[in-house]
Design a protein around this ligand. Structure first.
Ligand code: XMP
Length: 511
């Protein structure tokens, strides 16, 4: 049986990273809300539990709190930051406010314990807390400390309970991966043989269980997430149960619709229909400038189109390629809403699709895990490694209101940029690259005359999972060539700039 680690989510910023690090270590892991009843996840496959950080203080009335039953599941428990304070609180230790918040790098001194095996006795860690453990519960030992934090890690090895005040999951904790591996392999005795593609069988049976004999319509965008979701459903369901719908909302890139449809027909054997809804989308977006409104309008119209197709086939289920970071950025699980990804939480109240009929087989996976599943399913390399493209398409790359003329300008600029990156052999290192119509009109001089035309921004980023990113260091010669081609070939553009903002503080898309 596949072992699993459950990470209970208390609302901290890095919680998804904990799950990711565990899976990277080859152990299957799920992140669940802290108050999900134990009976729904504590089965014989459970190998350990991790309690995450969170924004609360354990003494606040409204704080999320578990009882001592968490220590009766028969598996080890590791608390991180708030999770450690919670363990201390439950077991009768005391937690105090440190007076000032401790944020950033700190040197940690460690004892030679199981959690700190193969870790230096002094090592850099990342702290982000205000409260800290003061007195530890009976039977606990202090395993690590810093200048400002006398109890930076503790344990009761006999009971299998561990706590760390710092964040082992973030890269700034230099030996954090080793510490997590120590917990997984030397405390929980995990075998470490999980691979993302192993989840395929489980995902297939979950799709079958949720869908039963119903019919399904699936939103297919041409991107890796929805392609993998559709390929899974195609494998899970009987012939005739699944209809994939590729909606052209008029916000696609240069010749994208034709290319995507050809790939689907030639490679995946899916039942795909192509719907040209571009006029409808552009009409609904007329005069709309606010990014969240654009996303909501597009999200709702997508659902309406799927509903119309469902009415034709008698489908009750809607399959979507939602992945984990989409949900986090849309503010699920207590985190702040950065952007409402078009396919998250956007179902209109009166939708014919009921909540329990929304099928999202990839909802717990990161992009690189989706790619691993896609490769294992035999999806062509070019499709698995296609750059992500947002569901709202070019609407979030035309800043301000959207018109056909602006879209045409942007498409050409974007095409030139991508073509030149490809020619320069740079695509491999780039996570996403695109042009943005900034909405700024600038003055220029061309020939002997004055111009007053659009400013285009180029954006290319490197990233692991779109949660953070850096601007790609495109050689100046390439940027110069792209600039001169855009200004020479695209009417209505007289200036090109390159965006070097990271995420954070920026986001990848401009809107
Ligand atoms: P941001 O701009 O938030 O984007 O840094 C992170 C990743 O998500 C993509 N993105 C979206 N994808 N629907 C999607 O399917 C959306 O509404 C959406 N908004 C952003 C973005 O392209 C990047 O890969």
């Amino acid at each position: 049986m596949q072992q699993k680690i459950i990470v209970l989510d208390f609302g901290g910023q890095y919680n998804q990273l904990i799950a990711r690090r565990v899976r990277e270590a080859g152990v299957y892991c799920e992140l669940l809300p802290w108050n999900k009843p134990f009976s729904q996840w504590a089965d014989e496959s459970l190998a350990g539990v991790i309690l995450t950080g969170g924004p609360n203080s354990v003494y606040e009335d409204a704080s999320p709190r578990l009882g001592a039953e968490i220590f009766t599941l028969g598996v080890p428990v590791l608390g991180i930051c708030y999770g450690m304070q919670l363990i201390n609180y439950i077991l009768g230790g005391t937690v105090e406010s440190a007076g000032v918040s401790e944020y950033g790098h700190t040197m940690l001194h460690t004892a030679d314990t199981v959690l700190f095996q193969s870790v230096d006795r002094t090592t850099a860690v990342f702290m982000n807390h205000t409260d800290r453990v003061k007195d530890v519960p009976d039977g606990f030992r202090i395993d690590a400390w810093t200048d400002n934090c006398p109890v930076a890690a503790f344990s009761n090895e006999a009971k299998g309970i561990y706590g760390v005040q710092f964040h082992p999951e973030v890269r700034h904790t230099l030996q954090g991966v080793q510490m997590l591996r120590n917990f997984l392999f030397h405390v929980c005795h995990c075998t470490g043989d999980y691979r993302a593609e192993d989840t395929i069988e489980r995902m297939l049976s979950e799709i079958r269980a949720q869908v039963g004999s119903d019919k399904v319509v699936a939103g297919l965008s041409g991107g890796v997430d929805s392609s993998v979701a559709c390929a899974l459903a195609n494998r899970a369901l009987a012939p005739g149960q699944l209809t994939c719908v590729f909606v052209d909302h008029g916000l696609l890139r240069y010749h994208e619709a034709e290319q995507v449809m050809a790939t689907y027909r030639d490679n995946l054997g899916l039942n795909v229909i192509h719907i040209d809804a571009s006029e409808r989308f552009l009409k609904a977006l007329q005069g709309v400038t606010e990014p969240e409104r654009k996303r909501k309008i597009i999200g709702e119209l997508f659902v309406r189109v799927f509903e119309e197709e469902a009415a034709k086939t008698g489908a009750t289920c809607l399959l979507q390629g939602t992945i984990y970071p989409d949900r986090i950025e849309s503010g699920m699980g207590g985190s702040a809403t950065i952007k409402s990804h078009h396919n998250v939480g956007g179902l209109p109240k009166d939708s014919i699709f009921k909540k329990d009929k929304i099928v999202e087989p990839l909802a717990n996976l990161f992009k690189d895990e989706v790619r691993a599943v896609g490769t294992a399913l035999g999806i062509p390399h070019a499709m698995v490694w296609r750059q992500p493209f947002p569901g709202p398409g070019l609407s979030v790359r035309v800043i301000g209101d959207i018109t056909q003329e602006k879209l045409d300008i942007l498409r050409l600029c974007d095409h030139i940029f991508l073509e030149e990156l490809e020619n320069a052999g740079l695509m491999q290192e780039i996570w996403q690259s695109f042009a943005v119509l900034t909405g700024a009109q600038t003055v220029g001089c061309m020939g002997d005359g004055r111009t007053y035309a659009n400013c285009i921004a180029l954006r290319a980023v490197t990233s692991d999972d779109a949660m953070t990113s850096e601007a790609a260091e495109i050689p100046y010669a390439v940027l110069k060539k792209v600039t001169s081609r855009i200004i020479g070939e695209v009417r209505g553009v007289n200036r090109v700039v390159y965006d070097v903002t990271g995420k954070p503080p920026g986001t990848i898309e401009w809107e």
